[in-house]
Ligand binder design. Structure first.
Ligand code: GGG
Length: 327
């Protein structure tokens, strides 16, 4: 059966790493139809809209979406795109690969980030020349939905048994308190073991001893920040893929942004996006192909060629070609 894949490059290195992932997917010779949509800073400049309705509809109607990166317009692009696919969880694996010079080579984490609310649901106001406010939204229903997903995730997996709930409920008693109570409550009902870690303590402990953590369930902004921190432990943002999962739809994107410092030079690391494509293959049921892509990526990370962020001097095309060669 043909799969309709929405492809949205966005800005900056999104325009370099998404074509790399498409090269990898095309080399698998699957019955995929790739349909391009526009979004981001350049589209806003040209049309006044960062995310045209046609791109939103494309993502909403596709079997899956592959998205690159957004810069200044991130809030106008990424959040509505996650909404288009009804995503309630952002899965962010952060794993150290053999051959990569990682600060903590023993790191192997999966962040399950709440994907609809927290400070990201965005009720911001300027109340005076001196005062801006932000309303943080946390619901029991969204927290429980994430918790059910997390329980199923560890129960269905051979590699995980339990999860850590990361929050700051000792200070944000109502919002993170609600999040914590909802997640722990569902886990207790489903018989899944959890432990609780305050998010500031987590930041220290994950740097000192990442092996004590496995699956981490956390509120929206905490998931964004802590997964970027974990990227620092495994060799950088060029390595972290992500999957935004909804009930009937999903969107896959590298964790990194547009990287304006290197955009346009053809030297971006395509690994995070190619691994995001592997997560998409797995999600669509192409598990063997997903494994092949991950194995090929692992082999190239171990033996080279590598991009500059990993200490090599290869460009995006050379790394992509090496991955395709090993498939
Ligand atoms: N690849 C997605 C991207 O553009 N990331 C940059 C960013 O601002 N991310 C925020 C988020 O993931 O919530």
């Amino acid at each position: 059966m043909s799969e309709r894949i929405a492809v949205i490059e966005g800005d900056g290195i999104g325009q370099e790493v998404i074509p790399a992932a498409i090269d990898v997917l095309e080399s698998l010779d699957l019955d995929f139809e790739f349909v391009e949509g526009e979004a981001g800073d350049a589209v806003k400049e040209a049309t006044g809209e960062a995310l045209p309705q046609s791109t939103y509809d494309l993502a909403a109607d596709a079997d899956a979406t592959l998205f690159g990166a957004a810069g200044e317009t991130a809030a106008d692009v990424i959040l509505p795109l996650r909404d288009a696919v009804d995503s309630f969880v952002n899965i962010r694996p952060a794993k150290a690969y053999p051959g990569v010079d990682a600060v903590r080579p023993e790191t192997d984490l999966v962040f399950l980030r709440e994907n609809t609310e927290g400070v990201y649901s965005g009720h911001e106001d300027d109340l005076s020349d001196d005062l801006s406010t932000l309303t943080r939204v946390v619901t029991t229903s969204a927290s429980e939905k994430l918790a059910h997903f997390a329980c199923d995730y560890v129960e269905d997996s051979d590699d995980h048994d339990d999860f850590s709930v990361v929050h700051k409920a000792n200070v944000m008693r109502k919002t993170d308190g609600r999040f914590r109570d909802a997640v722990v409550g569902v886990a207790e009902e489903q018989g899944v073991d959890t432990d609780e870690v305050l998010m500031d303590a987590f930041a220290t402990h994950v740097c000192l001893d990442p092996e004590q953590f496995d699956v981490i369930v956390c509120p929206n902004l905490a998931g964004d920040v802590l997964s970027d921190l974990a990227a620092g432990l495994v060799g950088g943002l060029g390595l972290l893929p992500s999957a935004n999962i909804g009930d009937d739809n999903a969107l896959f994107e590298p964790v990194h942004g547009t990287a304006p410092d290197i955009a346009g030079q053809g030297i971006a690391n395509p690994t995070a996006t190619i691994l995001s494509a592997a997560l998409m293959l797995d999600h669509l049921g192409y598990t063997e192909e997903a494994d092949r892509v991950e194995t090929a990526v692992e082999s190239v990370l171990a033996e080279g060629p590598r991009t500059g962020d990993l200490g090599g001097d290869a460009d995006t095309d050379e790394v992509t070609a090496a991955i395709v060669d090993r498939l």
